[in-house]
Design a protein around this ligand. Structure first.
Ligand SMILES: [Zn+2]
Length: 189
């Protein structure tokens, strides 16, 4: 049986559940492109099945922030997915802050072991700074999904070095997450 991975491209284009926007680059678009690459990679590997939350870069989910998040949760729970990955980019008023971090619902869980592999792969493959894993039970998609879930902040759009990677190395981010999944499932041992 294939492992069912739900890949949520965080946010929408436009004003409903909009993400960050820096120098004309929409977080929602970066999230979509990395998610699409990851989906395409997983679709080529028979050990996995994959479902994306947004299937085109213009697709908008929901009528407001809450229904947009609920739509993603419903898709994953109804499938049902075995694992949920929500792809995001970060934002900070301090342009020096950079790096990757992963949010989980609770510590000492499958979500944490998976997050550790994905984060170390982002550090090794994309040379992102390691900002660690944070428990945040308030994040909607982590709280309402019924399977291990990671909310991955790939990097900071507000940091020049991270911004350049987020714009020009989207395939590499997807490969890094894929390698993290392979590590987690012991497929590289
Ligand atoms: Zn976001």
């Amino acid at each position: 049986m294939a492992i069912k991975i739900f890949v949520d491209a965080g946010h929408n284009p436009g004003v409903i559940n909009a993400g960050a926007s820096v120098n004309g680059v929409l977080e929602a678009d970066v999230n979509f492109n990395v998610s699409k690459y990851l989906g395409d990679i997983l679709a080529l590997d028979s050990r996995f099945e994959v479902m994306l939350s947004r299937n085109s870069i213009n697709e908008v989910l929901g009528n407001d922030r809450n229904s947009s998040l609920q739509a993603r949760v419903d898709m994953a729970n109804n499938w049902p997915a075995d694992y949920f990955l929500s792809i995001h980019c970060n934002y900070n008023n301090n342009p020096n802050i950079n790096g990757s971090e992963v949010y989980i619902y609770r510590a000492n869980s499958q979500a944490q072991w998976l997050a550790e592999e994905i984060l170390s792969s982002l550090v090794n493959v994309v040379q992102m700074n390691d900002n660690n894993i944070y428990v945040n039970p308030n994040l909607y998609v982590l709280r309402n999904t019924r399977m291990p879930a990671n909310l991955i902040e790939l990097g900071y759009l507000t940091n020049t070095n991270d911004f350049n990677k987020l714009v020009s190395e989207q395939l590499l981010f997807a490969i890094a997450i894929y390698i993290g999944l392979l590590q987690y499932f012991g497929f590289l041992n």
